[in-house]
Design a protein around this ligand. Structure first.
Ligand code: XLS
Ligand code: NI
Ligand code: NI
Length: 433
């Protein structure tokens, strides 16, 4: 036991009227919604990088957090794991996620880094066996170290491609060993700063081959989880190849991977792409590639990835509405890819951030389930497209332009615009959030 969280109590569900600091007012793991426990709908996960590894820097200042486990030794990495599992015990969430670089110190060679990883994975495995949460996904950090500054899979230097592929292999091995349910690839440096020095076609081709190798290796080692790509439009690279869900889907099709790879969709990345979270979720669902979500909140003014904890129930409700409509998570879950603000120094801030976010998501989920049960939104949508259910409309789609022409002429077609009813539908949503 460390004494990091001191006497902060384990969070329990106390109901909406509770005034306790460290209690759930809405997240009630056993509450049934649409035939499933709330915990099994939401599948919450804590992100190792933000909560335990992030030092609190911003572009104008460095470290603000002074955590006793900061440093580059294995002993400190173990202390970090101890604290992580203490937070998990306070929250009771069912999952966590990590990058290799979050859990182990970098070695002075690839082989040493791998040994460090294996050792800490062993340690984490023991803690999981003693009753901790499970692994939602593992991933490789292929963006922080300077060797990745010109890309990982898209680097002009084949040695960096090899180093990155070897790193992913070790991280997939670690994920398999810990029983991870997914493996994520976010291509932080897979993009470019200037076209003047970039062979865009070669970079995309190499990124495609890299992802094929990942899928081949998944099958080789018998990893049953999903491979997930996490789109993001910019930052750190000016031009990212994995811009958004639709872009990544085109990429998957190009490399024959559309049935092998799904999406990990992040709220903040959707906003950076000029979309809404629910747009990205609906797009992935319509393409059959909705995998998991990184839940957070971007600042709508700043134009960069602020990774705040979610706190808007109406927004979160629309996201879970799309997820429930798609049948809910399979191997995916709700990973809090979110960090406390750099002034939030206290251990209590870290706990409260997660409790608050879990409550916001629970409220959003309950609202989404209520909207689906009410059926008003879907009824309005069905009515709006009802014309397409007629035999005549279906025949028209299988014909050509001249068929449409004949239809218009023969029936003296003269379309009459109808209201889109946006305000009425917004009012309908507001009955539930
Ligand atoms: C960064 C990404 C990252 C991924 C995992 O913006 O969200 O945290 O989720 O590499
Ligand atoms: Ni992000
Ligand atoms: Ni993310």
């Amino acid at each position: 036991m460390t004494d990091f969280f001191q006497d902060i109590p384990k969070a329990r569900f106390e109901g909406p009227d509770s005034t306790a600091d460290f209690a759930f007012r809405h997240y009630n793991p056993d509450e049934m919604l649409m035939g499933k426990r709330m915990e099994d709908h939401l599948r919450f996960s804590v992100a190792w990088w933000h909560s335990f590894a992030w030092p609190g820097g911003d572009p104008f200042g460095g470290q603000t957090f002074e955590r006793p486990w900061f440093g580059d030794t294995m002993a400190l990495a173990r202390m970090k794991a101890d604290v992580a599992f203490e937070l998990f015990a306070l929250l009771g969430q069912p999952y966590f996620c990590f990058h290799d670089a979050d859990i182990r110190p970098e070695g002075d060679s690839f082989a040493q880094s791998t040994r460090n990883l294996e050792e800490i994975v062993e340690y984490i495995g023991q803690k999981m066996a003693a009753g901790g949460p499970r692994l939602l996904w593992g991933t490789a950090n292929l963006f922080t170290e300077r060797r990745f500054m010109s890309g990982a899979a898209t680097n002009p230097d084949p040695d960096v491609f090899a180093y990155s592929a070897a790193t992913v292999k070790t991280c997939m091995d670690a994920t398999l060993k810990l029983g991870g349910e997914n493996y994520v690839l976010w291509g932080g440096r897979e993009g470019y700063e200037t076209l003047l020095n970039t062979d865009l076609k070669r970079e995309r081709d190499n990124a495609g081959r890299f992802l094929q190798m990942v899928v081949e290796y998944k099958h080789k080692i018998g990893f049953k989880g999903a491979i997930l790509v996490e789109p993001k439009p910019q930052e750190p690279s000016k031009h990212q190849y994995d811009y958004d869900v639709a872009t990544v889907y085109g990429f998957l099709r190009e490399f024959g991977l559309e049935n092998e790879v799904k999406m990990n969709i992040e709220q903040g990345h959707a906003i950076l792409a000029g979309h809404s979270f629910e747009h990205e979720l609906a797009m992935a669902s319509s393409l059959g590639i909705l995998g998991s979500i990184d839940m957070n909140r971007n600042d709508y003014q700043s134009g960069w990835d602020t990774d705040q904890f979610p706190n808007s129930v109406p927004e979160v409700a629309l996201a879970y509405y799309e997820i429930l409509k798609a049948g809910g998570f399979d191997t995916g879950g709700t990973n809090f890819d979110a960090k406390i603000r750099r002034q939030s120094l206290d251990p209590a801030d870290l706990v409260a951030a997660h409790i608050g976010a879990m409550d916001v998501c629970a409220r959003g989920l309950k609202a989404a389930a209520a909207m689906l049960n009410d059926g008003g939104l879907e009824a309005a949508r069905t009515a709006r497209y009802a014309g397409w259910d007629t035999a005549q409309a279906k025949t028209m789609l299988s014909g050509g332009l001249d068929g449409c022409y004949d239809h218009v002429i023969d029936n003296a077609v003269s379309p009459q615009p109808r209201s889109g009813q946006q305000e009425r539908l917004e009012n309908l949503v507001n009955r539930f959030v």
